[in-house]
Design a protein around this ligand. Structure first.
Ligand SMILES: [Zn+2]
Ligand SMILES: [Zn+2]
Length: 184
């Protein structure tokens, strides 16, 4: 999905993409594999050009079917990925903005990402891929307080309390049990 820099009109270029746009569903499948519901993907992006610098803002949305890391239940979730990236041209291997200038812009906007493009175009799919990758959750939980499975009998503790309680230890602390505390 190449965007030609000098094709971006003064009022900006609006991209409204959905599941029928192969570049978009391709990116999400690249990053999320079979977890993503192909029919749910959409992206609304607004691309502005300020001289040679490109300001890209928008929203990418998709649904996934994941497996909970704690209780192994399958669950559906919806993700919104806010995108705000500035692309800066690389010329003769040097960035046109100095490191100081980049730092200044970065400080002025916390959630701003920077990227580079070469020549007269950039690949929109690459920008979206990077942002979706960064936004990917580290953990998949069906709900934030999922109780998980009993370590002993394997029952889903969100659904029922099993009889193993008295012997159960929070698995997060189990590894600390063997540690002896010594005082100096
Ligand atoms: Zn769960
Ligand atoms: Zn149990």
């Amino acid at each position: 999905m190449d965007i030609l820099i000098y094709d971006i009109p003064d009022e900006g270029l609006k991209i409204d993409a959905g599941s029928g746009d192969d570049w978009l569903s391709g990116v999400l499948i690249d990053v999320l594999g079979g977890l993503v519901d192909k029919n749910s993907v959409s992206a609304q992006l607004n691309i502005m050009r300020y001289d040679d610098n490109i300001d890209l803002q928008g929203l990418v949305q998709y649904n996934t079917k994941s497996t909970c890391d704690r209780c192994l239940a399958k669950f559906d979730s919806h993700s919104n990925v806010d995108i705000h990236t500035v692309l800066i041209p690389v010329s003769d291997g040097r960035e046109r903005l100095s490191a100081g200038e980049i730092e200044e812009i970065e400080l002025s906007s916390e959630d701003l990402e920077f990227g580079y493009y070469e020549g007269d175009r950039f690949d929109l799919a690459d920008v979206v891929r990077e942002q979706v990758l960064l936004a990917r959750p580290m953990k998949h939980l069906c709900k934030h307080d999922c109780k998980g499975l009993c370590q002993k009998c394997g029952k889903n503790l969100n659904e029922e309390i099993c009889g193993c309680e008295e012997e159960s230890t929070d698995p997060r602390w189990a590894s600390l049990k063997g540690i002896k505390v010594t005082k100096n």
